[in-house]
Ligand binder design. Structure first.
Ligand SMILES: Cc1cc2nc3c(=O)[nH]c(=O)nc-3n(C[C@H](O)[C@H](O)[C@H](O)COP(=O)(O)OP(=O)(O)OC[C@H]3O[C@@H](n4cnc5c(N)ncnc54)[C@H](O)[C@@H]3O)c2cc1C
Length: 472
């Protein structure tokens, strides 16, 4: 009979196999620290645990694009992207982190291209870019095409490419294992490992590791109407809280304006970027009233609030599937988009509308309403992915910076479960895949530097490596 409880030791455990977890695994494996370690004959022991088969991670559902000021279609500048990110976040963004996000975005997208992401192309062969809400040129003057895309399946492309690279790099996966606890040492100042449950074999694994990273995604499933897949139950955040850690900005949840009525399934912002218009019960393109400059492509919080104002003002429409039901939707009118173009650049949107609403967006109005989409807050991290605790200094002057950050040694996070605070109170479209890939890679590099100092397979390693089970 197989054992019900297994103890193991790893250099690093990464929990989550979406864009953030896989980027971290690759950032770790390809870091010069690890290459040097391998040259000296020591193989790092790294395990990526995922409660889903990795290719089912929610990253694969991302549709519209990943933001970067490549300037392939129109003139662009990372300073403009930086400004938009800070403004879009209602000025509650950590500006140092947002600067990194915007500055390293082009390199992040080019790295993805080199890893095999099949982006859509311009006629002259460059990565194609489209408009996304809140992304502007010249510090807010006019919209700019900044989202690099792959039709409306960018997440699918990124997830598959990263995963293939991980397989090629020989990274070890524990698929359909569920992490139930993160364990800190007795002082609570350093990580000691995780407890995971193998859902196939029914075996519990106590995994000792001096380096643990969370990349467990968001918590959209807290809401009735959400675009998030069933697994997005905020596990990483809950595990951090139960280990006595804190969460940051957790009250900031983004509602995407265009969830398909009833289901909440996302109809990408790309539908409006390609010419779709929101209309109320009177047929009015009401966004002109709320945001005359950017109209349907104003930032998501602005559009979502405008939709709710229309519904509250009695100008909402009922879902045609339930004509006597509540008038809690508005119309998404895509009939002005050339049908051939629509099928070429929005295949996923068209398919979703046909399959779930039995409507043809080339002819029919589509009922939509705001849907819970993204968790801006999460486990607080530094720009190197280190999880930290925050303590007020007791200052009475109301200064938000009057406190101290204490890093939990060896504990890292990235992606939607974390809060490096690049999104403030509202994330711009295309900025979260970027956040997950860039800060995931950075966290992986931080893990690599720590592993290189004290790998578990090093025969010279001190007794510390065998310090046995830690306090749960
Ligand atoms: C429908 C949709 C469309 C989107 N479109 C875009 C877009 O166009 N552009 C953009 O920038 N962003 C988009 N986003 C947001 C973006 O896709 C996500 O924020 C990003 O992919 C999150 O990546 P992640 O790696 O943090 O988490 P995820 O991809 O959600 O992965 C989480 C991983 O954690 C694992 N996990 C969770 N809990 C546990 C546990 N307890 N034990 C073990 N494993 C666990 C899961 O198995 C999974 O592998 C979209 C999101 C949605 C929902």
């Amino acid at each position: 009979m197989s054992p019900k409880h297994v103890e193991e030791m790893y250099d690093a455990v990464i929990v989550g196999a979406g864009a953030a977890g896989l980027s971290a695994a690759l950032g770790l494996m390809h870091s010069p620290d690890i290459e040097q370690l391998k040259e000296s004959g020591i193989e790092p022991k790294v395990l990526v645990i995922s409660k889903l088969q990795p290719l089912r991670s929610h990253t694969g559902s991302a549709e519209g694009g990943i933001a970067a000021s490549l300037g392939n279609v129109e003139q662009d500048d990372w300073h403009w992207h930086y400004y938009d990110t800070v403004k879009g976040g209602d000025w509650l963004v950590d500006q140092d982190a947002a600067k990194l996000l915007a500055e390293y975005a082009p390199q992040t997208v080019i790295n993805l291209e080199r890893m095999g992401v099949a982006f859509s192309r311009t006629d002259d062969g460059h990565i194609a870019q489209r408009r996304f809400g809140g992304h502007t040129a010249d510090f807010g003057k006019m919209p700019v095409r900044r989202a690099a895309y792959a039709a409306d399946r960018i997440g699918h492309q990124i997830l598959h490419s990263l995963w293939q690279q991980c397989v090629a790099a020989g990274i070890e996966f524990a698929e359909e294992w569920y992490v139930t606890d993160v364990v800190l040492d007795k002082s609570g100042s350093a990580v000691a490992g995780v407890v995971a449950y193998d859902t196939h074999a029914g075996v519990t694994h106590a995994i000792h590791a001096h380096n643990v990273m969370f990349a467990t995604g968001g918590a959209g499933r807290l809401f009735h109407t959400t675009s998030n897949s069933w697994d997005l139950t905020g596990d990483g955040m809950a595990l951090a809280l139960s280990a006595g850690l804190q969460l940051e900005d957790i009250e900031f949840v983004q509602f995407h304006p265009t969830g398909l009525a009833h289901t909440g399934i996302l109809l990408s912002e790309a539908a409006r970027a390609e010419g779709g218009v929101l209309r109320n019960a009177d047929g009015e393109a009401f966004m002109e009233r709320y945001a005359p400059e950017h109209r349907d492509l104003a930032a998501r919080d602005v559009v979502s609030r405008s939709i709710m104002a229309e519904i509250d003002g009695g100008r909402g429409v009922a879902d045609p599937k339930d004509p006597d039901g509540p008038k809690d939707c508005v119309w998404l009118d895509m009939t002005g988009i050339d049908p051939d173009h629509m099928n070429a650049v929005l295949p996923q949107v068209v398919e979703t509308i046909k399959a779930y609403a039995n409507l043809d967006p080339a002819k029919d109005m589509v009922p939509v309403k705001p849907t819970a989409h993204y968790t801006m807050g999460g486990i607080p991290i530094t720009t190197d992915g280190e999880v930290y605790r925050w303590a007020e200094s007791g200052s009475q002057n109301g200064d938000a910076d009057s406190g101290t950050r204490t890093v939990v040694e060896g504990l890292f996070a990235a992606g939607e479960c974390s809060c490096v605070s690049v999104h403030g109170a509202n994330r711009l479209g295309g900025n979260s895949l970027l956040d997950a890939c860039l800060f995931g890679t950075r966290a992986g590099e931080s893990l690599a530097a720590r592993i290189a100092q004290s790998p578990v397979d090093d025969p010279m390693r001190d007794a510390d490596a065998d310090d046995g089970p830690a306090e749960a």
